[in-house]
Ligand binder design. Sequence first.
Ligand code: PEP
Ligand code: MG
Length: 745
Amino acid sequence: MPERTDSESRKLLKRLRDTLAAPGDGQARLDSITHHIADSMGTQVCSIYLFRDPDTLELCATEGLRRQAVHQTRLRLGEGLVGRVARTGRAINTANAPSEPGFRYMPETGEEIFPSFLGVPIQRVGEKLGVLVVQSRDARQYSEDEIYGLEVVAMVLAEMAELGAFLGNDAQLSAHRLPAVFRGVTGQEGAAEGQVWLHEPRVVITNPVADDPEKERARLGEAVAMLRQTVDEMVTAADLTGGDGEGVLETYRMFTRSRSWLRRMEEDIDLGLSAEAAVEKEQSHARAKLEATADPYLRDRLHDLDDLSNRLLRILTGQGQDTGLAMPPNPILVARNIGPAELLEYGRGLRGVVLEEGSVGSHAAIVARSLSIPLVIHAARITDEALNGDPILVDGDTGVVHLRPEDTVAAAFRDKIAMQAEAQKRYAGLRDLPATATCGTTVRLLMNAGLMADLPSLEGSGAEGVGLFRTELQFLIRTRVPKRSELAALYRRVMDNARGKPVTFRTLDIGSDKVLPYMKRIDEPNPAMGWRAIRVGLEKRGVLQMQLQALIRAAEGRDLHVMFPFIADCDEYYEGRAMLLAQLEREAAMGHVPPTSLRIGAMLETPSLAFAPDAFFRQCDFISIGGNDLKQFFFAADRENERVRKRYDTLSVPFLNLVEMIVNRCAALDVPLSFCGEDAGRPVEAAVMAALGLKTLSMRPASIGPVKALLRRTDLRALRALIENERAGGTTNMRPAVTRFLAEG
Ligand code: PEP
Ligand code: MG
């Protein structure tokens, strides 16, 4: 076989492009493509295998193998050489295919007379679409140029597949057309139907093949120059001089100047690809490597390259966030991952959220909860499959997502939504009734809030007040630090809307995953245990003081309840309290009307505080258990790391013992106690907390109905007896016994 030249490659790509442009069904196109490739490469065989489902590859077209095998020969992912190419995303080049490990002989194809084999993946930025294979009669290795050339062809096939070129008749390629089901994990219960809205939409390349390499090189050059400028500006704006972050961003910046990256893309262009297809080809390579390597340094670099490639593609195609596309009427946000600030920016219009990553304990999940929309996390590869506007059903109860559902699935789903609406109606009937258990104990149910828009739920849910107002959400949705007057106006409106019901404001809990867009980002190895919450407030005193002044001004002539988050040491609370009292004096001296009463509390979110001396508890007007954080530090299990988080149960005896100890200490010292972590909103957990003696629970508004319904039919004294009994008998986890008890009751 002759060495391939750039002009031969370009000729082949042009033929492929003509095939795409010509009328015809998908199968006819595939047949003609295999013919052109074999002809151009001088091989006896060219075959295209495409995914029939995520685990099965099917021979969809061939030149040279037996035609009867088309749509008959199938391989599982990883099976045979073809399956291995698909699984690893890497080429296999061999002069003697039968001697390769894992070779699988497929007699129906008649391939035994073609010992040499070159297979390359057909993939599009991490999305596996199939495998392209050439085979020859003479036992020979293919040259580097040939491999490279075939990879370029595979890239064009991937783009053609994306454009739907192989659909119709027998070809069966399903890219972005067929129904798909994703099994993830529940982040927030509920069901929603809507249309996909991608957080970062896929870039669609309509012109993978280009005629004029000079012009494409120039386009690439301009785009890279623009990319460098944006990244330079970004690095300067981030101003991380001297910090750990500086090195990271500097490496990122250096990448934009990588000669080898640019050279590889230029070589792709010389072989006939357009500038954007060249960027994407190198991005696909990087993704395949990323999936294969465990080396953290290399992974970071490959992530950088992936990110830069995305930026470059947006510059070249003009696509991205600013496409001017309008959100569909019932948008369901689909993303790899999202931070709380970004999610808040989308606001209340969203019907649901589906993430590939994410975690139940993250603040983005809390925001989704506060928005009362279903959230499914760990829906692997959904961003590869979903396109803007695709119909989608999100089942937050089971963690299942149906993309482009069949009519029958959609109909069943609508029935489920209707049933949930029915249940909501039943809960609404309980709204004005107390959460009094059958034994006579009454539990105060409060709601958690963080946005002005949460306040109407106070009325609708029947909550007796706001037990936790997360003030940082207001900071997260802005592009600059809010002014004191703005904050005071906001807090005033919150209290006005609460109409006399108590609101407990928690001072800023920033840091961890709640990064303010306008705050210098510091890279910490363990941000959840790092510089966050009260630790920031006591060091950056200006912001905390300003917030306290705003709260005092907002309260004028009303009761004010303030609590400090993440107190790990008594002195932190004493300092915060002293600061608040000093602001009160200052405000009074300035002539502002003081609150009628001021109650100051601490959030108990670290185990250390449970062991604080009695004197500390006496200094607190109230204590609120932040169960989300308390649990993660008690079990040393990151609340955002799904893998470890779910190993530990709130109803495990050690954690309940800790809660009980706090309940007893507060009761002995007469300090009002509440629980405001997410567990308070889970009916079974809520019943157990109440049985242990917690008299106040604060939860997301939608949980109040279900929690109240369960409490009203439970004998908390009997539940308590059961817990004690089980514990005495050596039970380590109360869930099975408690669930049985509650189901019987
Ligand atoms: C908690 O930790 O339980 C809590 C209520 O605070 P946040 O979830 O905002 O950290
Ligand atoms: Mg917390």
